[in-house]
Structures are given as C-alpha cells and as structure tokens.
Design a protein around this ligand. Structure first.
Ligand SMILES: Cc1ncc(C[n+]2csc(CCOP(=O)(O)OP(=O)(O)O)c2C)c(N)n1
Ligand SMILES: [Mg+2]
Length: 759
C-alpha cells in the first residue's frame, strides 16, 4: 500500500479524533454548562503512530493499550474499521456515551485495555502477556500475539512503570512492545529535560530492545546537505523548551532563531522556502509513516521492545507544541481551518471515505484482518461450598488459608487447578509454603531446583510450566496489576483462572489504587491481606494496618471478609472463588491474622442443617456466635478479637447483663443489606433479620482490630445506643494483651463500654 493512502487515512483519523472532542464541547447542547473536556492535543500527538500501527502492523491476535488521552483516536480508528457506529461519535463524555478514557467494559467498541490511571494502563499488557503465557501452558489454543502499550512520555515518571520493567519475568516477554509518544510535554509543562538518553539506557539495562524514531524523512534529507550537520547538532542540543518555542514560531521568526549565529546553518535555512522551513522544524519521526514502518520492521521479538517515537503534542492543530495545550480546545474557526487541511467538511464531520476509494479499501482490508472471533467466557469447574472439616485446637486465620487451598486440591481437583497464587516475596511468611510445595511455581520453562536434594529445605521451589504459584519481587503494584489480568483471562481467551494475591495487610493500601483499577477494568481476583491490624503485636507499629477494614467496606466490585475462625476462612474463600472468572463475578478482599485462636470457640454446629445455616450466615456477613434469651447488650465483633468479645460477654452476663455476641465476617455485606432494606440497593437483606432481629435489639458494643467507624453503622439498624471500639492510633510492639489494652480492645475495655451503655 502506498504511503499516500496511509497519509489520507492518517489525516482522517486526526480529523475524526479532533471532531469527536469538538462536538462534545462546542456542538452538543450543554445545559449544565460544565466544561466537557477531552484532549485534542494528546490525541493528535498519537495519530500517526496509531495509523501506522492499526493500518499496517496489527494482527488480530495482538492487543493494544492506548494512553488515556488518546481515546478519541482509538474511537476514530474503530469507526473507520466499522467497529463503532456513527451515532456514538457524538457521545464522548456524555452519560452512557464514549468514556473519557479507553474503557474495556464500558465503551461500545473494541478496547483491549482500560487506561486512565497513568502507568497502570501502560503496564497492563505486560501482565496480560504473562497471563496469556500462563494460560497457554495449559491450553496452547490461546495462541500468541504482540502486546502493545502506547505510552505518554510523562507516564514514564510513574513508579509502576519501573517496578514492572525491573521484574525478572518481564525481560523474557518478547511479545511486549511499548511505543513512547515522546512529545516532551506532560499536563502542565514542557518537561525541561526529558532525558531520552537516560530513559533509553534504563530500558536497555533491563534487557529491552530500544529503538528510536527521532527525525522524519525531510529533516534526515536536510542533514545530508551542506550545513546539515550543524542543523542536526543545533536541534539535538537545544533544550526542550527552546525546541518547543520554535514550534510556535512563524517562518520569519525561525529564520532568526534557528541559525544561532552559525553561518553554515544560516545558509541552509536561507535556502529553504517558508513552507519547507516550517515543515522541517516539526518533522519528527513519530509523524513520519515511513520512519515508523522501519522501526516496526526492526522489532526482533526475542525480548521486550520500546520504541521512542519523537512527536509534537497537538501535531497538525493550531495548538501544536504550546505548553498549555493539554486540555485546550480548538475554536470553531481553527476547527474549520483543520477541516480544510484534512479535506473534511465541518458540516458533515463523520463522512466515510468514498466507496471504491483506495482509503476505503484499505479500511475494509484491515477490518477483515483484525476481526476477532468472540470467545465464550468458559465455565469454572464447580467449587464446593463446604469441605466438611471442623478445625479444632489452636489456629490462625492466616494458616487457615493455606490449609483450605490444600484441602481444595483434594476435594475439587478440577477447580483447584484453576487457582493461581501470586505473592510479592512473602509466600513463606504468609503460610503458603504447603500450597507452594504441593502445586509448584509457574515458569514458562522448567528450571533446575538446585535445593531439591537438600534435606534442610522445607519450602521447595520447583519451577515448571504446570506450577500454580507466581512469585514476584517485593512489588505490590506489580502483584495487583498481574492479579487484574489473571482475573480477566475468562474474557480474553475463555479460560477462567482463580487468582489469589497474598501480601501483608499494611501494604494493601499501597496496592489499592491499581487493584481497584483492575476491578474497574473487568478483572476479578482475591486479595489477601495478612497479617493485619495490631494483632501482629510484637511485629509492631511499622506493620500494623488500621484503615483497611473500611477499604473492604467501600471498594466497589468487591466483597470484603474478615473471618474470626479457620472455618470461616474456608467458607468465605470457597464462596469467593465461586464468584471469580465470570461476567457477573466480583472480587474479594480477605483480611487475615496471625493471632492464634482456640477454634472450639467457633462452636460450629454438629447438625448438618445447622452447620449449613451457619455457613450461609458466615458467607452473608455475620452470625450469632453466642445467644442469650433476652440480651441486655450485644457485642458485634469482627476478626481476630473474637476471643476478647466472648470473654467480655461472659463477664457482662456474670454482672447481670446478659450479653450476646454477633460475629461479623463482612462489614460491607451488612452495610449493603442495610442500604437494600431502605431501597437503596438490591442486595439481599435476610441476614439482618437472621442476625439482628428487632426483638433482640439491645445497646451495642462493636469491636474490631481496625478503625472503629467500620462497624459503627450497625447501631443504625435498630437505632440503639452504641459504643465503638477499635484502633485509631499508631501502635506499639508488645505482647498481644498489652497491645489490646493499649488500644482498648481488651475484655476490660469491652465490659466497660457495655456498662457505660447500660448506665
Ligand atoms: C496516576 C495519575 N496521575 C495523574 C494523572 C493526571 N494526568 C493525566 S495526563 C497527565 C500528563 C500526561 O502526560 P503524557 O503521558 O506525556 O501524555 P500526553 O498528554 O503528553 O500525551 C497527568 C498528570 C493521571 N491520569 N493518572
Ligand atoms: Mg507527553
């Protein structure tokens, strides 16, 4: 195909992307008057790259993550390929319309990766590549294909990017290709020293192939003329803001500024007409289809590749290169000028290429080449609801997780084979050793376990393609990025996985935003935070978590559980696994503890029906742990501090105030039920009647190892007087009893709170 046809398509993509934003802001009625916004300059920067990629390079098995602010370009391309109906082009940022940033779950056209949180969308294809490799080590049918990221240059400021690039597994992913839109601008400014050489060195040091597309054909040709070396040196050496200033200059101003007292360069510039001079200054490789084509041809696929493509933010628009162009919008006059340059008509903005034209034929051919067959989601094998064991003796909820996973391998081997655990260097300290020994560590190819014959090795590190555990460095952002993509394999390749990520609870908050973004993007997973709270007593203040229970309460697309007993861990885990890997699924956050607890306190009913009733309540959010005929006070407790609540209830009863204990397993589910009862959600409400029936309403003490507001809403169920105990200060190392006393979680504090309520 000729470059001229591609150039025609490129101009139309620029036009459509700009028009989509223009329509949303200057044409569509805006009764509210709030600026709609959109990013014409960020889009224009990427138009040539995306035209070259889609119309020449992409194959149907490839996947692409598009930088957030280029979403209009993606929609323009999809429109030209027949993947997006014209009626959507007028709906950017409208209610129910095209999303501000590419959204896999909400946009009506094909979007491979949701982006928006810079750095996170960029790294998603890395985790998508690993997820595909993992799945293809079980089912070779899922195929291969490149995983592209189209990245804004300022996105490389994000730690998430470097955390991903440094992971040793990533250096082996030859299907990963990043294209950096090097426009030297971020949101606020021209980046004074973008340091392309430094960035290139960092990628190279991580084992990536580094390609650079700096100049276009016109400049390259000028460099060969007399004075060409001086011109190259001048452009190479000038600071970014000076170069950026030249983009805003008239040809006359360029003649003054560019030569910089070099006679040779002056002569070269003097020999160029105005049009050539104006074009030369902005003739960067990222806007040169031939230069981009050469770079694509050089990708070797034996290791990840990064292409640094030099571009101009706002290329081809009146706002091009201006430092404040990030969210600036063309005026209607500027828009009309653009129409002229692009051969478009502002009154018929969505016109397609004339039938039979070379451009129309190119669109049709590419559409056929990229068409994908829809994959059905794929069934998760049945997951039992109850394995049937009743733990006795002393155990921790953290240890219960590893045990429940091992039990699952025996009770439901098919389902257990779908489980994949991910850990940022804390497998052994979070009690996953037994599971890792059983299922092995995943690696694309078998590796030697040099300690296999060492009798002192307890945790065996057998790396092989059928392993089910992935270990990362101490990189919580990588972990949740990976969780999101492993949780989306059902939708990409019809192969559901059941991913469980395990990290220390205090670091859940560090990982929360990217994990939440993964849920928003449509992946489902279980995130386990353990150990948690101040119950890790001697470990001390540095590792305690305080606010995570409310994270569990508030995170959309996620059910949060904080079980008190081992059996509760098993039941909630099984229920959570059953919600993964499907279109209507949801994620789980499981907050576990290293506090040893006597498991007989759970008083698991021995009668099968009563046990099942208990199980259902545990999974629905709460159960009555101890009941008295006419309670004077209710203690609602969650997680590790259940023994303190039971002991306080005993004492209150001895003092003549019969106290019952409700064990909360999910504050979030109870809150949903409260909202539903008021007609504000369609969650189930039966759990409130089962656990908090009106006839048993009594003053309420709530207790948890986390911030006390988490359970405070329970007082609203029957408008009872209430006291809320929990952790609201940084803590101390110490013995468990000392630490609980310090934070007011000990039985004395609970008894006192109960007596206060009773007056
Ligand atoms: C995590 C995060 N922080 C901040 C932002 C706000 N933000 C959006 S775009 C942007 C600058 C992006 O610059 P670059 O990646 O170079 O894209 P360009 O528009 O230049 O193509 C910023 C700071 C964001 N979306 N996500
Ligand atoms: Mg930029």
């Amino acid at each position: 195909m000729t470059t001229a046809v591609l150039r025609t398509v490129e101009q139309r993509v620029l036009w459509l992307a700009t028009a989509i934003v223009h329509h949303a802001n200057r044409v569509r009625p805006n009764p509210g008057g709030l600026k709609v916004g959109g990013h014409q300059a960020s889009s224009a920067s990427m138009v040539t790259i995306m035209t070259a990629l889609w119309f020449e390079q992409l194959r149907s098995a490839d996947r692409v993550s598009v930088k957030p602010h280029a979403s209009p370009v993606l929609h323009a391309v999809n429109y030209l390929l027949g993947e997006l109906d014209e009626r959507h082009l007028t709906t950017l940022r409208a209610f129910g319309g095209l999303q501000s940033y590419p959204s896999r779950s909400k946009d009506p056209d094909p979007v491979d990766y949701s982006t928006g949180s810079v750095g996170i969308g960029a790294t998603a294809p890395i985790w998508g590549a690993l997820a595909r490799r993992y799945v293809s080590s079980r089912n070779p049918q899922v195929g291969t294909g490149r995983q592209y990221s189209l990245v804004g240059d300022a996105e490389l400021d994000e730690g998430a990017v470097w955390e991903a690039i440094l992971d040793p597994m990533v250096g082996e992913l030859g299907e990963v290709v990043w294209i950096v839109d090097l426009n030297r601008q971020s949101l606020d400014r021209v980046v004074p020293n973008i340091g392309a050489t430094r960035l290139q060195g960092m990628f190279a040091a991580a084992g990536w192939q580094v390609l650079t597309v700096k100049y276009g054909r016109l400049l390259e040709e000028l460099f060969t003329r007399p004075g060409g070396d001086a011109l190259r040196r001048r452009i190479d050496e000038m600071p970014n803001p000076e170069y950026q200033r030249l983009l805003r200059c008239t040809p006359a101003q360029l003649r003054e500024r560019l030569p910089d007292e070099s006679a040779e360069l002056g002569a070269l510039v003097a020999g160029l007409d105005d049009g050539a001079l104006h074009a030369a200054v902005r003739n960067l490789g990222g806007h040169d289809l031939a230069a981009l084509g050469d770079a694509f041809a050089a990708i070797d696929d034996t290791r990840p590749t990064v292409v640094f493509a030099y571009t101009v933010k706002g290329h081809g628009l009146a706002s091009e290169g201006h430092p404040q162009n990030h969210s600036s919008l063309l005026t209607s006059e500027q828009f009309a000028e653009l129409a002229q340059r692009c051969g478009a008509d502002p009154d018929v903005p969505w016109a397609r290429f004339p039938e039979g034209s070379a451009a129309a034929e190119l669109c049709a051919t590419v559409a056929t080449r990229l068409r994908r067959t829809q994959v059905p989601p794929g069934e998760v094998p049945a997951i039992p609801t109850d394995i049937g064991r009743t733990p006795s003796g002393t155990s921790t909820t953290q240890a219960a997780l590893g045990r429940a996973l091992l039990d699952l391998t025996r009770a439901a081997p098919e389902a257990a084979r779908r489980v994949v655990t991910l850990c940022p260097d804390v497998s052994s300290s979070t009690n996953l050793g037994g599971w890792v020994n059983k299922v092995g560590v995943w690696s694309a190819r078998e590796r030697v376990d040099w300690f296999a014959d060492d009798p002192e090795t307890i945790l065996h590190w057998r790396e092989r393609p059928d392993g089910q555990h992935l270990e990362l460095g101490i990189a919580e952002t990588n972990l949740v990025g990976m969780l999101g993509e492993f949780g989306a394999t059902w939708s990409r390749w019809g192969e559901p996985l059941l991913p469980i990520g395990v990290m220390y609870d205090p670091f859940v908050e560090r990982a929360l935003e990217p994990w939440s973004f993964g849920i928003y993007a449509g992946g489902q997973s279980i995130l386990v935070g353990t150990p948690s709270g101040v119950s890790l007593a001697p470990e001390g203040g540095a590792h305690q978590s305080i606010t995570t229970p409310s994270v569990g309460l508030e995170q959309p697309g996620c059910v949060a559980y904080e079980p008190g007993f081992a059996i509760d861990v098993e039941w909630t885990l099984l229920a959570s696994l059953a919600r993964l890997g499907r279109p209507d699924g949801s994620s789980t956050y499981l907050r576990l503890s290293t506090r040893p607890v006597d498991q007989t306190l759970a008083a698991v009913p021995t009668d099968a029906a009563a046990r099942e009733r208990r199980r259902r309540q545990v999974v629905a959010g709460a159960y009555p742990l101890r009941q008295v005929p006419r309670p004077a006070v209710t203690v609602a407790v969650m997680g590790a501090v259940v023994p303190e609540a039971l002991s306080a209830a005993d004492r209150l009863s001895e003092l003549g105030h019969p106290a019952e204990v409700v064990c909360v397993t999910s504050a979030g589910l109870l809150f949903d039920a409260v909202q539903a009862r008021a007609g504000r959600s369609d969650a189930q409400t039966w759990i409130l009647d089962a656990v908090f029936p009106p006839r048993r309403a009594a003053p309420l003490v709530t207790v948890l190892d986390g911030h006390p507001h988490t359970l405070a809403f329970l007082a609203g169920i029957h408008q009872v007087r209430a006291a809320h105990l929990g952790v609201s200060r940084f803590g101390q190392s110490g013995d468990l009893a000392e630490v609980y006393r310090h934070h007011g979680l000990d039985p004395d504090s609970i008894v006192r709170a109960g007596l206060d309520l009773l007056g």
